[in-house]
Design a protein around this ligand. Structure first.
Ligand code: PGA
Length: 320
């Protein structure tokens, strides 16, 4: 087993969003009954390939990154699953050249310059005097296929707001990058019953910016990672019911605000203390199309097991 030290945060556990979960249970219950009778499909279900991301965050050194890549290459992540790992920037090039297909590589961020936005909402230049930043153009140039944007650690620690994240997503899509965009609520927001409002606002910023940006689109290349902040790095995993309720809400929002096609094609990942022990229970939910994994992605054996929970998902939704 290869592992890197993973930081852990200690925060409180949240109360379940009962009304939302109950609503979804009722909706899924009736859809499942209907499906059992050979009638309808579950309306909110996605059609995309299961996708698991490994977010290495700011962990590792030359030796441990090399060992992790070797262990991932020697492992088995299963079939019919997209696997994307995101090393720190310094190790992205190494991962690009050493990580074996079908595993793909993501950056953990990309800069977009938006303070000088003109009235047509175009913000074409993202290279320039931005010390310490890496642009989407550079990622495209280096052949990095994926980028994680809007992670809550960047939103809270570095002050990235919804608009900035939306612009980053639209700009990355303009450069042909596939995007994992993170959304999610804090414990305080959940307890105030604001979970879906917070997430819809985050999604609205992305949708508006994609609409505004020429040659940018959702396609199936924008993956949404629902990551409740209170569950990240805390060991406090959200319940499958809590996650399913939020994911169904996100899919419905996409249908109402983007298109039915996008709502079906968009993969919605769950992230927050996912590990080899809880992934299969979560993967049974119809709208959990994959995971974004932090701590457990630093261990190749655990990460491969999480990737393999794709089989459980396909079976549960009748796509095995
Ligand atoms: P975690 O992190 O799996 O360590 O909770 C998830 C994430 O931040 O993407």
């Amino acid at each position: 087993m290869i592992g890197l030290a993973s930081p852990s945060l200690t925060r409180g556990i949240c109360a379940p969003a009962r009304s939302l979960a109950a609503l979804t249970r009722r909706r899924l219950g009736s859809a499942r009954n209907a499906r059992d009778r050979g009638a309808l499909q579950i309306v909110s279900e996605g059609t995309g390939r299961f996708i698991v991301g490994g977010n290495w965050k700011c962990n590792g050194d030359r030796a441990s990154v090399t060992a992790l890549i070797e262990a991932l290459n020697g492992g088995d992540v299963g079939d019919n699953v997209d696997v994307v790992v995101a090393p720190p920037f310094l190790y992205v090039d190494q991962a690009l050249s050493e990580l074996k297909s079908p595993m793909q590589v993501a950056a953990q961020n990309a800069w977009v310059e938006y303070t000088l936005e003109d009235e047509t909402h175009h913000y074409d230049s993202d290279s320039g005097a931005f010390t310490g930043e890496v642009s989407a153009e550079m990622l495209e140039d280096m052949g990095v296929p994926w980028v994680i944007l809007g992670h809550s650690e960047r939103r809270t620690l570095l002050g990235e707001d919804d608009t900035m994240v939306g612009k980053k997503v639209a700009h990355a899509r303009f450069h042909g990058l596939s995007v994992i965009v993170c959304v999610g609520e804090s414990l305080e927001q959940r307890e105030a019953g604001a979970t879906m409002d917070v997430i819809f606002k985050q999604l609205r910023a992305v949708a508006d910016e994609i609409d505004d940006r020429e040659h940018s689109s959702w396609g199936s290349q924008v993956v949404i990672a629902y990551e409740p902040i209170w569950a990240i790095g805390t060991g406090k995993v959200a319940t499958p019911e809590q996650v399913q309720a939020v994911h169904a809400g996100i899919r419905q929002w996409l249908k109402d605000n983007v298109s039915e096609e996008v709502s079906k094609a968009t993969r919605i990942q769950y992230g927050g203390s996912v590990n080899e022990g809880n992934c299969e229970t979560l993967a049974r939910e119809s709208d959990i199309d994959g995971f974004l994994v932090g701590g457990a992605s630093l261990d190749a054996t655990k990460f491969a097991q999480i990737c393999k929970s794709s089989a459980v998902h396909y079976k549960a939704v009748g796509r095995a």
